[in-house]
Design a protein around this ligand. Structure first.
Ligand code: NAP
Length: 462
């Protein structure tokens, strides 16, 4: 497809968020229109968002998606600029002065709130925070207390809950082949955790796990997974779900195999216990003790895969709680926000105001558009829809006031922002690989986690 661009040159697009969503949108745009230039911004010094800071370190196969994204970013019509926090360092209006359209692909990296008593207690953690810790996000916690709790609860039965449970259960040394930095390795190595209890409020046929990721939970010789047989219940809705989906049948089959196992008492083995039909209702403890337990209410399935409480409560002896009940996006200054769904309100990728009218030249893609569901690949079709609508609107979009190439970069430099570029990312990668090679365990790579250091290395001022 070729665009009927105005005489003052190529369509200028800004993409805010350099994760898979933004890069897929950039790729589709660059292939659709020979005259578009695409500038991708990220508030981190590095590209790849969720893949670098959300995918678990022991998932190298998923991290390989970076190879394909890297090829996209090598396209000379796509540039990357890091360390630019749009809405904070620079306003959306300032950006709009330089670009004909903006695509927001800022993702969802915070925890959805869980409103139960005790959620504020010490050692009641958002799963997203723990993920950010073990993935060494430069702006998130650099230390973590894994020495106080022996038994921990993980709330939710999605793939994030699997990641969190697996990382809590594996030994630090098992993860030495990954890119975790030394401070993360030390925390995991010294962990006191022996038992991880995952809690699902619904039944096994409603678990959100994908089969490959579920099976992997059991792959470590140091970890045993057992399923509490009490919650292995199915109603008509569950039967229908299994009949309709091979993935659901596979998940249920794996869980059923694990439900007939006895827990291994060997102190060298860490156990992951999965409990279905137990709805967390209160985190127990107080401000002096922190978390001392979790109260759940036993649920029953009502026939259509929904649940109701039985009035029977169980107190679990756990000393920490990890809430893995889904992510949420955050609002951006200058834009409307749907605070119920935690997304940018939009119609098929066109961001809309409170009356439902599209905002001129503002688009969304990825999790900030549709919410935090689906695997990374699903983001492609999402990006295709957003880009198709942007291109359909392109003829009528008012052109940006300031169209000089490099004009926005000059604004960023004038503000004194320590911006990074894609060549800088390549330098950072080389540096991380050299740290890996020099490591006593001869690792493929060791991640940097200090923003200033990352920026210095990217700028070649190390
Ligand atoms: P998710 O798949 O939506 O799972 C959220 C879980 O939290 C569900 O079990 C849900 O139960 C439960 N939950 C929600 N609200 C709750 C509440 N108030 N009380 C108790 N439980 C509650 O979300 P996610 O695990 O954050 O994953 C997000 C997306 O990323 C998913 O598409 C996932 O597949 C993907 N991902 C993939 C990988 C991978 O390795 N391939 C890794 C991580 C994430 P209900 O179903 O009952 O609501």
């Amino acid at each position: 497809m070729s665009l009927n661009t105005s005489i003052d040159g190529a369509l200028r697009i800004a993409v805010v968020g350099a994760g898979p969503a933004g890069i897929y949108a950039s790729d589709i745009l660059s292939q659709s229109d020979e005259t578009a230039t695409i500038d991708v911004f990220d508030r981190l010094p590095t590209p790849y968002g969720l893949i670098r800071y959300g995918v678990a370190p022991d998932h190298p196969r998923i991290k390989q998606i970076i190879v394909a994204l890297h090829r996209v970013m090598e396209n000379p019509r796509i540039t990357f600029t890091g360390n630019v926090n749009v809405g904070v360092d620079v306003s959306l209006d300032e950006l709009r002065d330089h670009y004909d359209a903006v695509i927001l692909s800022t993702g969802a990296e915070r925890d959805r709130p869980l409103e139960i008593p005790g959620v504020e207690l010490e050692r009641s953690y958002g799963g997203a925070d723990f993920v950010a810790f073990y993935d060494s996000h430069p702006d998130r916690p650099k230390s973590w207390d894994l020495t106080t709790a022996r038994s921990v609860a993980v709330l939710g039965v999605g793939n994030v809950a699997l990641d969190v449970s697996r990382i809590l259960a594996r030994t630090g040394d098992e993860l030495l082949y990954t890119d975790i930095p030394d401070h993360v390795h030390a925390v995991l190595r010294d962990s006191a955790v022996t038992d991880v209890h995952m809690f699902a409020r619904r039944g096994p046929a409603q678990a959100q796990f994908t089969p490959v990721e579920l099976r992997e939970l059991d792959h470590s010789p140091n970890v045993q997974v057992v399923v509490d047989p009490e919650g292995m219940e199915f109603d008509e809705g569950s039967e229908r779900a299994m009949a309709a989906s091979k993935a659901t049948r596979m998940v249920v089959s794996v869980l059923s195999d694990w439900a007939i196992r006895e827990a291994d008492p060997d102190p060298a083995v860490r156990r992951i216990h999965i409990h279905f039909l137990q709805n967390p209702v209160e985190i127990l403890g107080d401000s002096s003790t922190g978390v001392t337990g979790l109260r759940t209410e036993r649920q029953r399935l009502t026939g259509d895969a929904t649940i109701e409480g039985t009035g029977e409560f169980v107190d679990w002896d756990v000393q920490a709680v990890y809430r893995c009940i889904g992510y949420r996006s955050e609002p951006m200054r200058g834009l409307p926000f749907d605070s119920g769904r935690h997304v940018l309100p939009n119609a098929a990728g066109r961001v809309v105001d409170e009356t439902g009218a599209p905002l001129t030249g503002v688009y969304a893609t990825g999790w900030v558009k549709r919410g935090p569901v689906g695997l990374i690949g699903h983001t492609k079709s999402d990006a295709a829809e957003t880009v198709a609508n942007l291109l359909a609107d392109a003829g009528s979009l008012p052109r940006a006031v300031n169209r000089e190439p490099g004009s926005f970069r000059a604004v960023l430099l004038a503000k004194g922002l320590p911006i990074t570029d894609f060549e800088g990312w390549d330098r950072l990668e080389d540096h991380e690989r050299s740290l890996g090679a020099a490591h006593a365990a001869e690792r493929e790579r060791v991640k940097l986690h200090d923003r200033d250091e990352m920026t210095r290395v990217a700028a070649h001022r190390a």
